[in-house]
Write a protein that binds this ligand. Structure first.
Ligand SMILES: [Mg+2]
Length: 266
């Protein structure tokens, strides 16, 4: 019995090149699951305001129950209706990253120098901290990631999350997977009751079976994600984005009663 959905947003629910960008049939199915008491978390690389804007931009008819943002933070609705920290995870996460940036200062200076000399990608700053980078193409990002993989071993715990041509630096203990595990702990839902779907490298930590028993990816996913989902015994859909997630709902038998409910409508 699936009780909690953890879905990536861009590329998994929203097909930016599609028409429609979000499948109306998928939204009907999601509304059906919510009526059955299933909880829905958007688990995204976007920051909080950026996902709030995204839900409005793509006209989702209802909000998720939770938003897991920046590939690591956990928010729920506060009594005032605003998104707020769920438990103390975000505070601990911030402290760990403060320490990580301090430990990684020499490494980050070398990353800046590498980008300056090779011109393969552009640094992204938050305040004085180099928090990630963006490349012009996947091929350029492949080369930058080779460099990061060689160098990151210098700082214990230093990891990065890649989403297409973007990279965000992080501590290896904080990912979409561990944020989902924290949400599972807070809601008291076990791994067997959790569904996760994603399409890119930054989704891998929630698709390896440790944090969600039921995993899926749409047809537009990168090969590494499709391989991970196959290894976990999940559903590699033949349809893109939200149509693919809908296919996974069907495959896992989550929509029993959905079609007859549709037919009963006046
Ligand atoms: Mg995505």
């Amino acid at each position: 019995m699936i009780q909690l959905l953890s879905t990536d947003f861009d590329g998994t629910l929203v097909d930016h090149g599609g028409d429609p960008q979000v499948s109306p049939r998928f939204l009907e199915a999601l509304a059906f699951l919510k009526r059955r008491g299933v909880l829905w978390a958007v688990n995204t690389g976007r920051e909080l305001q950026h996902i709030v804007d995204g839900l409005r931009e793509f006209q989702f008819p209802f909000d998720p129950d939770y938003v897991l943002t920046s590939e690591r933070e956990v928010f729920h609705r506060g009594a005032n209706g605003c998104w707020q920290d769920y438990g103390d995870w975000n505070r601990r996460c911030a402290l760990v990253h403060q320490q990580l940036y301090s430990d990684a200062a020499p490494l980050l200076r070398d990353v800046e120098e590498y980008l300056r000399v090779h011109g393969l990608a552009h640094p992204i700053y938050e305040g004085e901290h180099l928090i990630g980078l963006a490349a012009d193409s996947d091929a350029e990002m492949d080369r930058v990631c080779d460099f990061l993989d060689r160098e990151r071993v210098r700082v214990p715990g230093f990891q990065y999350m890649r989403n297409s041509v973007y990279v965000r630096f992080c501590h290896e203990d904080y990912s979409k997977g561990t944020a989902l595990a924290e949400l599972a702990r807070l809601t008291g839902i076990g791994v067997d009751g959790i569904f996760a779907a994603g399409d890119h490298y930054n989704d891998l930590p929630m698709l390896d079976g440790r944090h969600a028993r039921w995993v899926a990816c749409p047809s537009n996913s990168v090969d590494a994600v499709k391989e991970a989902v196959r290894r976990t015994g999940g559903c590699v859909a033949s349809a893109p984005a939200s149509e693919g997630v809908l296919q996974a709902f069907e495959t896992f038998g989550m929509l029993e009663g959905f079609h007859s409910e549709l037919h009963r409508r006046p």
